[in-house]
Write a protein that binds this ligand. Structure first.
Ligand code: ATP
Ligand code: LTN
Length: 327
């Protein structure tokens, strides 16, 4: 069965972009593939995060993912730091990657811009991500559009390692959705909706109450030409709304655009569709929050399962690169 792997940082509450660009597709993939999903707590250390907050967010992220529909009977869900091979393989890959290729990573450029002190981990972040992927022989990596370059790097490192040391890694491919691969901020539609940017009105959180979702959509920034038309370049705000309605109702943005004359009517239907889309998630989360022990137990089971594959791949890579097998 085809292997799928993806990861999510426990760096904040989930938003609609995370759900539509990634997590919703993870849920679908668990029914078709051998699916492994990882809460990447080590990646969250690349920016400033309070220790207590990291701990609680890691747990909350697990709850969010389960509420989104991940089913531990159908997929493996675990915390990255619970499987030591991620950092062990990352070192072998750091000795495969070059400074030049890491310097070209746009996420590094964005996240380091304007800071006078940048953590070395932020620079090597994409190498750890490559380790996450390559450890599990993943063929498919479902992510939003912003991760395209990181998955490309994982492909490049896998190929380079295989050429140098013999066939060791499966070469992965990004699976990026056709719609909603880049959900834009409702207030700043030229930017992607993001966990690490403070834009409360522009970001629809996955567990926002219905009235908050309605208010945010009503206040969404559009344009003044008054024509309902799908044109992300010229009309980013309106096109974002059209995409949101299209993805929630299984149509294309152009089809959706054809059914509206007025921005106000479109906004009303977008808000309604999002409230309905997210309602079951909110209900499931409330049910899960009552049983923290069950979630922790499930994560440790996930790590044990993931660890079996991870250690086999690591041993293979360590052997290929010439590390002496411990006796
Ligand atoms: P940050 O913006 O702080 O980097 P994030 O919101 O991008 O955080 P991540 O944990 O880095 O969150 O991303 C989890 C998944 O969600 C990734 O697959 C990413 O591609 C996807 N994703 C994030 N933002 C969006 C968005 N606005 N639209 C579509 N997909 C997104
Ligand atoms: N860098 C990703 C999170 C991430 C990931 C991964 C995604 C870490 N490891 C492995 C896919 C596969 C992000 O910021 N969204």
């Amino acid at each position: 069965m085809l292997r799928v792997l993806s990861g999510l940082q426990p760096s904040g509450d989930l938003h609609l972009g995370n759900y539509l660009g990634a997590v919703r597709n993870w849920v679908a993939d668990q029914y078709e593939y051998d699916a492994i999903y990882c809460i990447v707590d080590l990646h969250a250390l690349t920016l400033d995060i309070d220790p207590e907050e990291l701990r609680s967010r890691t747990y909350e992220t697990a709850l969010d993912l389960l509420a989104s529909g991940l089913d531990p009977e159908r997929c493996t869900l675990f915390v990255q730091s619970h499987v030591a091979e991620h950092t062990r393989l990352a070192w072998l890959l750091e000795c495969t990657a070059t400074m030049g290729e890491l310097r070209r990573m746009t996420q590094f450029k964005d996240k380091s811009a304007g800071r006078d002190s940048v953590r070395a981990g932020l620079f090597t972040y994409p190498v750890l991500q490559s380790a996450d992927i390559l450890l599990y022989d993943a063929e498919r990596v479902p992510v939003g559009d912003d991760q395209r370059q990181h998955v490309e790097l994982a492909r490049e490192l896998a190929n380079r390692f295989n050429r140098r040391y013999g066939d060791t890694f499966v070469v992965p491919e990004a699976a990026i959705p056709k719609l909603a691969a880049r959900v834009m901020d409702l207030q700043h539609p030229e930017n992607k909706m993001s966990k690490s940017v403070n834009s409360p009105l522009g970001t629809v959180m996955l567990f926002d109450e219905g009235p908050d979702i309605v208010r945010k959509v009503q206040k969404a920034v559009t344009d003044t030409d008054g024509e309902v038309r799908y044109d992300p370049g010229a009309k980013p705000g309106l096109s974002n709304l059209l995409e949101l309605l299209a993805v929630s109702t299984g149509r294309t943005p152009a089809e959706v655009a054809g059914s509206y004359q007025r921005y106000g009517d479109l906004k009303k239907d977008v808000a309604e569709a999002l409230v309905e889309l997210l309602r079951p998630l909110r209900e499931r989360r409330a049910a899960l929050a009552g049983d923290p022990g069950a979630v922790t137990a499930l994560l440790s089971l996930g790590a044990a399962k993931a660890g079996i594959t991870a250690s086999a791949t690591y041993e293979r890579a360590a052997g290929a690169i010439g590390l002496l097998t411990p006796g």
